[in-house]
Design a protein around this ligand. Structure first.
Ligand SMILES: Cc1cc2nc3c(=O)[nH]c(=O)nc-3n(C[C@H](O)[C@H](O)[C@H](O)COP(=O)(O)O)c2cc1C
Length: 328
């Protein structure tokens, strides 16, 4: 019998397959099923900074009191408190219902009052906190250095002031991805989640209007996470966890071989159901026994950039070779 136990951010997980942050994980019955299916941990849906701010703005506009600054402050306080209290209750309910680690999630886009929230989240019993820094650098006037600084400030402040392990979920929108990921890993965080998947805009060419792109990832999207997991393995001061495009056990094995400590799945939970986690775990166990691996440590990172003969496989050099084969 193979052993799929791992540690992620210091937490003991029965399996490296984690149910990533999404609305499904708000339901206790669903999370119980995920636990039965062998999920190593569950990440709750995020507490969204922007959503809280929008709700406060809407209330403010509706309110006849908005001419009084004190009224605005009071309303802001109560709205924040209301949203946070609901979230803290969700953490408590989930902790009481399952025994796998419950990871809370905050989705923010700037340095702010997150440390207070993080402290309360820890006190409510969350085993860890994933901070999704959802920042799209769309303003050409903003310098990359300023963006990097903001990320580093958020990460170090939350990691310093929170008693539970903190991971940061990032995008690839950095001028120097490797350097930024490495610097982030030295802020005291325990995990880096590669990567965020942004909402994608699309255009309806008949109605001439903006529409939402695919909500669920396509399998082929895993390559980017694979690339950076493979490149960053051994170069960070924290665990690497992958997110985006992992839909099955094959994807899980690939990410572990590239160097991931744990692997998140979301889209497949919606499209295939909770059974996707069980199938991924079963595949992982079968694959391990057919390759004579007893533990995940025996093969994690075996195909990372630092452990393969031709490191260019993860980089541009291979791209040139690949395309030079295709001639008109
Ligand atoms: C319906 C839905 C809701 C999501 N909600 C959140 C969320 O609350 N917080 C978050 O950080 N990511 C959220 N995500 C993003 C996922 O956690 C994940 O990063 C993304 O879907 C890529 O992984 P996948 O390819 O396995 O789907 C959501 C994704 C989906 C499809």
């Amino acid at each position: 019998m193979v052993n799929t136990r791992i540690t992620y951010m210091g937490l003991e997980l029965k399996s490296p397959v984690i149910a990533g942050s999404c609305g499904l994980n708000r339901e206790i019955e669903t999370v119980k099923k995920l636990e039965e299916a062998g999920a190593g941990a569950v990440i709750l849906p995020s507490l969204f900074e922007e959503q809280i701010e929008n709700e406060i703005r809407e209330l403010d506009e509706q309110s006849a009191m908005n001419s009084y600054p004190e009224a605005h402050e009071m309303m802001e306080y109560f709205q924040r408190r209301h949203v946070l209290d609901n979230y803290l209750q969700l953490i408590k309910d989930m902790k009481a219902a399952v025994s796998i680690p419950v990871i809370a999630s905050i989705n923010c886009y700037r340095y702010g009052s997150w440390t207070d929230y993080a402290r309360e989240i820890a006190a409510a019993g969350a085993d860890a906190l994933e901070v999704n820094i959802f920042y799209l650098p769309s303003d050409p006037k903003v310098l990359d250095e300023a963006i990097r600084k903001e990320y580093l400030m958020i990460a170090s402040q939350i990691a310093r002031e929170t008693t539970i392990p903190v991971s940061i979920k990032v995008s690839t929108y950095f001028e120097n991805v490797a350097r930024s990921l490495r610097d982030l890993s030295f802020t005291g965080i325990k995990g880096l989640v590669l990567f965020n998947r942004f909402y994608s805009p699309d255009i309806d060419i008949e109605k001439l209007e903006m529409v939402s792109g695919d909500i669920f990832s396509h399998h082929s999207e895993f390559h980017n996470s694979l690339r950076w997991t493979g490149i960053m393995y051994g170069k960070t001061d924290c665990d690497l966890c992958t997110s985006t495009g992992v839909h099955d056990g094959i994807g899980v094995v690939k990410m572990l071989l590239a160097g991931a400590q744990a692997v998140q799945m979301v889209s497949s939970l919606y499209t295939e159901g909770i059974g996707a986690v069980q199938a991924a775990n079963e595949f992982l166990q079968l694959w391990m026994s057919s390759h004579n691996y007893q533990t995940i440590d025996e093969f994690r990172g075996k195909l990372s950039q630092e452990n393969i003969k031709d490191p260019a496989f993860y980089e541009r050099a291979q791209f040139l070779k690949y395309f030079s084969k295709y001639k008109h």
